[in-house]
Design a protein around this ligand. Structure first.
Ligand SMILES: CC(C)(COP(=O)(O)OP(=O)(O)OC[C@H]1O[C@@H](n2cnc3c(N)ncnc32)[C@H](O)[C@@H]1O)[C@@H](O)C(=O)NCCC(=O)NCCS
Ligand SMILES: Nc1ncnc2c1ncn2[C@@H]1O[C@H](COP(=O)(O)OP(=O)(O)OP(=O)(O)O)[C@@H](O)[C@H]1O
Length: 202
């Protein structure tokens, strides 16, 4: 019997990580959203903020101190090296923050949602198993065009190019959730929870 099981939820842009995470939250499970927390930490953590300004310049922040996401996104998604350097600053801070957060959770089963996960390995990300949410690339592009009107189609392709290819994601993940437009996700999440509860009780 395990005292805590940490599960990573990952997937490419528009695959449906947040939709699956929201469903888990509705069921009462704690979910740490790494993408959201990263955007808070780049403002709240003075060391992270200084390192980002050193990397990208003052323009990374707006006059009111908020993170200039749109501008930063334009810079880093078009430049692999710059994205790597930004990851190098942000990811260790997120890993530390996740560790603190998980220590505060009473639940046996907790989740961490993040875009970047299999690129780093389970140990570094601090999870025991990884769930990949997948959907066909064309459907993902259509969803993002609808959700993020400010993003050009070129940027969506740049982001996809910077994420792990779906065939590698499928091969490396411990569990898969197929979130194609017409697939039923809720029964898959229920079956995942059933498998995880068996692991906890083993
Ligand atoms: C580059 C930033 C400013 C863009 O912000 P913006 O609000 O425009 O986009 P958003 O965060 O919604 O991301 C858009 C898509 O790109 C994906 N994405 C985000 N960061 C990365 C990354 N480092 N590598 C690959 N894909 C990424 C997201 O999952 C999403 O699918 C922001 O994503 C960022 O600071 N990323 C670096 C930190 C990071 O790696 N976060 C994710 C995991 S901790
Ligand atoms: N099965 C589905 N059919 C149609 N639209 C969907 C489906 N699942 C999610 N969407 C929509 O697609 C968009 C992307 O979903 P979601 O935000 O959950 O993906 P994500 O993997 O978290 O994306 P990102 O990496 O960009 O944060 C959202 O607008 C969501 O409402």
């Amino acid at each position: 019997m395990r005292d805590k099981l940490k599960i990573g939820i990952t997937g490419g842009i528009g695959a449906g990580k947040s939709s699956v995470s929201k469903f888990l939250e509705v069921l009462g499970y704690p979910v740490y959203n790494a993408d959201e927390r990263a955007k808070e930490l780049v403002v709240a953590d003075p060391e992270v903020k200084a390192a980002i300004i050193n990397l990208l310049g003052e323009q990374a922040y707006l006059e009111d101190g908020s993170y200039n996401r749109q501008w930063v996104g334009q810079q880093v998604f078009a430049d692999d090296q710059l994205l790597k350097s930004l990851n190098h600053i942000v990811h260790p801070a997120v890993a530390k923050d996740f560790q603190k957060w998980s220590g505060r959770q009473a639940s046996t089963l907790i989740f961490k949602e993040a875009a970047i996960m299999l690129e780093h390995g389970k140990d570094l990300v601090g999870v025991d198993y990884i769930v990949a949410v997948v959907a066909p690339e064309q459907e993902r592009i259509q969803r993002i065009r609808k959700r993020d009107a400010f993003r050009s189609e070129a940027q969506i392709h740049q982001i996809i190019r910077n994420q792990i290819p779906e065939k590698d994601l499928k091969a490396k993940a411990d569990f898969l959730i197929d979130n194609a437009d017409h697939s039923a996700v809720i029964p898959q999440v229920n079956s995942l929870l059933h498998s995880l509860s068996r692991i906890i009780q083993a």
